[in-house]
Design a protein around this ligand. Sequence first.
Ligand SMILES: Nc1ncnc2c1ncn2[C@@H]1O[C@H](COP(=O)(O)OP(=O)(O)O)[C@@H](O)[C@H]1O
Ligand SMILES: [Mg+2]
Length: 256
Amino acid sequence: MSAIIDVRHVNKAFGGLQVINDCSIQVEQGSITGLIGPNGAGKSTLFNIIAGALPLDSGQIVFDGEDITNQPANTLFHKGLLRTFQIAHEFSNMTALENLMMVPPRQAGENLFSTWFKPGLVRLEEAEVRRRALEVIDFVGLHHVRNELAGNLSGGQKKLLELGRTMMTDAKVVLLDEIAAGVNRTLLGDLVGNIERLNREMGYTFLVIEHDMDMIARLCDPVIVLAQGSVMVQGTIEEIQNNPEVIEAYFGSPAA
Ligand SMILES: Nc1ncnc2c1ncn2[C@@H]1O[C@H](COP(=O)(O)OP(=O)(O)O)[C@@H](O)[C@H]1O
Ligand SMILES: [Mg+2]
């Protein structure tokens, strides 16, 4: 196995607060790697740095063998490194299916040049995008609500739609930041099943921040524990759960 994401000695401060502190992690190709840690540990900040949404102060991020340090999010998106986004306000008045069809890559219809010179091609590609969107909506189990406005979907259905949007591109690595929050158990089961299938059948690598430890236990190997902006320990979920340092960080006192 080799690391598809290699975070090397990254530092990031906000004002005087050192939030990411000489942090190094590796995400193996084909893994579903968990990232856990107490509130304020720097998990979301690290995600934002990896995804190109936040510049780092020092250090390096390597993706698939390429130095991507401080490359912007949309460049990384086209390279197959992406994180899910909440359905933006302006998309809530479009249907679930239309939301999938709006995902940017290779939409020739939005390219003025090809619209003028290759109208036939554009129609073909729009049909292709629609076909793909229908496949994706089946895959994530939202066929029955495909024509509902995205804004009217339940919290869990929105999460499934967000995951579906990553499938409209050719993603290699998907970063998931607390997608289980507020999702009911049934839809959470669907979400977990879909993540497993994307991993197994489509070769997606996932890096998952999650508070729900059942979800981490079911999905993730290895699990990385972040505390005060650096890696405290990494291992299987069993190793993590039995580690006295981790227990102390979460519960404030060593295990009895
Ligand atoms: N844009 C920001 N400006 C200032 N401080 C921030 C900013 N983003 C996060 N922080 C601070 O950085 C620390 C880590 O936050 P965060 O990465 O969100 O932690 P986690 O996701 O692990 O809960 C917190 O103390 C938080 O208040
Ligand atoms: Mg967070």
